[in-house]
Design a protein around this ligand. Sequence first.
Ligand code: PDD
Length: 287
Amino acid sequence: MNIVYLNGVFQPASEARISVFDRGFLFGDSVYEVIPFYQGVGFRLEAHLERLRHSLRAVRIHTELDWHDILQELVAQNGGGNMSVYLQVSRGDVGERSHDFDEAMAPTVFACCQPIANIYTAGTAKVQPIKAIVTADVRGHRCDIKSTCLQSNIMVLQQARSQGASEALQVRDGLLTEGTSSNLYVVRQNVIYTPKLSSEILGGITRQLVLELADEHGIQYQETDIDYEQLLDADEVWISSSTRAVVPVVEVDGEIIGDGEPGPLWAKMFQLFIDFHHTLMTGRGDG
Ligand code: PDD
């Protein structure tokens, strides 16, 4: 049975109810996280919770629960395997639709999970390289907040799908920002380039780990501007997100990237992720 968490209660998904006046529903007035758990162990859990706190502070929703306990219990009640956990906090509901809000109102806290494959134990050979398109970034200017207002992201993802691609890389003022649900990297001459953190992109937890692992293993990187020409001229292009780690992009707008195969630096980085996961699962790492 699919068990979800809603406002303090673990219950079957089919029984969970949220008000029609919930501001998450009416205004997209809510924030969220997606966190992978492998055999009950959260992958970069603390970093995800820190980002959740950042999003909550930014939108002035005031709540702090024992997130660890809630998520561990949710995963356990759903069988404890490999799960993608979704956690959403909306501003809540005061029984009517009104743009105004009272900061004292009680938020709606919802979490659910769904089984995922363990990409790390599956190994490098199982990773499918992807094709991407480039589209205008028409989102607002607070992309550092992990908001559920994702309509423009899903519209451009759909556009990518209709063109046979599986991610849309977005451009604002001539510079690449990120994918619809992923961060972006280009590689040239063994150096990783990725857009610098700002309110124009989400501070990806996987991005943070890519840069940490690069630091630890002497791989050079720069957080910098990337334009369309640099993207197409790259030796390698990658995207990253929590449930996918790093994924090679081998075609952009119909143009082949590098030699059209996943590149050697991507393979090295993915192996570093596999090693990191192994250390975490054998109890020698802190996630
Ligand atoms: N999205 N940029 C955007 C716009 C995202 O939505 C995401 C993740 C990322 C990567 O962040 P992280 O490495 O922390 O997962 C970057 C999640 C997975 C989602 O919306 O389902």
